[in-house]
Design a binder for this molecule. Structure first.
Ligand code: PLP
Length: 459
């Protein structure tokens, strides 16, 4: 499979190349040149399969990997999950379902992709006898998932930037308590967009990039999007696809998870509604409503992993909405960097609206949803999931609607306790998290200082 950049100026790469590059050299994101198709029979055959087997069937055509090697890596990636189904469905209304994606080691859906990426990277580095440096920005969950996936791996040095004071205590502890010397938690004096901008700046410094062997594992990495396509298939097949169409509502920040849903649909999965759910940082909802993509400043909310305004993967959706017109995308991204926004063309806006519906939930609505779902069903939602459930409940949709439950409620205990009066407990296997000692470096929001620090820390 060949991958090309959304900005059209970077080399075309194979799966491994696109995975190792992360961000393309022209600042764009990699996408497959063609989307492999799953027939109705292929989809029907997924019903009742172990998650790992379904993952192999969905992902293999996108990769150039031998089947047995990919199967081994998938098995290793999901072996540490705390649920045999990996991504179980739970019913919360007559036609409403939660897809629980929080049974991995850091209790958020990011583990699905990150655990697999850890395996994939280790495999390449072993074969090539090389070293890489992973630098990632996180609003909380990506960083903990990355540190958990890469801790102790050979040939990999992992630096994670997070906004100081803006992640939950559980998220922070998951990043700062691993003791392996190859993982580094950096608390940046800024917000998530500052962290993400710093990472982008390092990638755009090609000399630095080549010197340290820089690699991204943020959701811009195609391999991450791909790993997330799988659970749309397993959930839809369990609920009767291809015999009936399924709706999905996705709590959205960087647009990676929802983009995976779009990829699943382009592969042939009958998804009849795909809903972007935002908190009050609603730039994506505003864009889909008005066509104007304009930054207004991020406000902290109870769902911090969605407190994002520069939603990286949206570029991939724009590329598809502009029919693969890379120069139009490069221009929009220049405008965004220069003027803080752009307006989507009429044709592209129509294409986006045919693909994605959208909605937003306020902080009050989010808390009320946590309270109501707990009272009605006994299920405890994390605030991100609650944003999704609230937005899903307002969709004009018939038939099954699945909301992605993106994190375990115990990752955000304060918000959940405020809404329900109950403090959700961490699963048994993590019960000592609050007792482990922390290791973190505070850094200024300054790309030069960050680069020096990384160079100093490399072995
Ligand atoms: C990362 C994250 C999101 C947003 O996912 P994107 O792929 O960035 O849109 C939502 N909820 C939780 C709990 C997350 O960790």
């Amino acid at each position: 499979m060949r991958y090309h950049s959304t900005r059209g100026q970077a080399p075309v790469l194979d799966f491994e190349g696109a995975m190792l590059a992360g961000l393309a050299r022209d600042g764009g994101l990699y996408l497959p040149q063609a989307v492999p198709q799953m027939t109705r029979d292929d989809i029907a055959a997924l019903q009742g399969l172990p998650y790992e087997e379904a993952a192999l069937r969905v992902m293999r055509p996108f990769t150039d990997l031998p089947e047995t090697r990919l199967a081994e890596m998938i098995a290793a990636a999901y072996a540490g999950f705390g649920h045999a189904a990996r991504a179980p469905l739970v019913q919360i209304a007559p036609d409403g379902w939660l897809l629980e994606l929080f049974h991995g080691p850091t209790l958020a859906f990011k583990d699905f992709a990150m655990q697999l990426i850890g395996q994939l990277f280790q495999d390449v580095m072993r074969r090539r006898g090389e070293r890489i440096t992973i630098v990632g920005a996180t609003s909380g969950d990506t960083g903990s998932a990355a540190i958990e996936a890469f801790r102790g791996l050979e040939g990999v040095e992992c630096f994670i930037l997070y906004p100081h004071g803006r992640v939950s205590e559980v998220q922070r502890r998951q990043m700062t308590t691993p003791s392996e010397g190859n993982v580094h938690a950096l608390a940046v004096d800024g917000d998530f967009d500052d962290c993400q901008a710093a990472v982008k700046a390092m990638f755009n410094d090609h000399a630095f990039r080549d010197r340290v062997g820089l690699t991204a594992v943020n959701s811009i990495n195609w391999a991450r999007v791909l790993a997330q396509v799988v659970y749309y298939f397993t959930a839809a097949a369990a609920l009767g696809a291809p015999g009936r169409a399924i709706g999905f509502t996705v709590p959205t920040g960087n647009f990676g998870d929802i983009l995976a849903g779009d990829v699943a649909r382009r592969m042939g999965l009958p998804i009849d509604r795909l809903v972007v759910a935002t908190n009050r940082n609603d730039i994506l909802h505003r864009t889909l409503t008005t066509g104007a993509h304009r930054k207004e400043g991020v406000v902290p909310t109870a769902s911090p992993s969605m407190d994002i305004e520069v939603s990286s993967n949206f570029e991939r959706a724009l590329f598809m909405a502009y029919d693969g017109d890379a120069s139009a995308i490069a221009q929009l991204m220049d405008e965004l960097a220069r003027d803080g926004g752009f307006t989507v063309s009429q044709g592209a806006l129509q294409a986006l609206r045919e693909t994605f519906a959208s909605g937003r939930a306020s902080e009050e609505e989010t808390a009320e949803t946590i309270r109501r779902v707990f009272a009605d069903t006994g299920e405890v939602l994390c605030p991100h999931t609650a944003v999704g459930v609230k937005v899903a409940s307002e969709q004009p949709h018939r038939g099954p609607m699945v909301t992605l439950a993106t994190a375990h409620p115990a990752k955000f205990p304060d918000a959940v306790e405020a809404a329900t009066g109950l403090r959700p407990a961490l699963p048994e296997r993590m019960a000592d998290l609050y007792l482990r000692s922390e290791r973190v470096t505070e850094v200024a929001n300054d790309v030069g200082a960050l680069k020096s620090l990384i160079l100093e820390r490399l072995p």
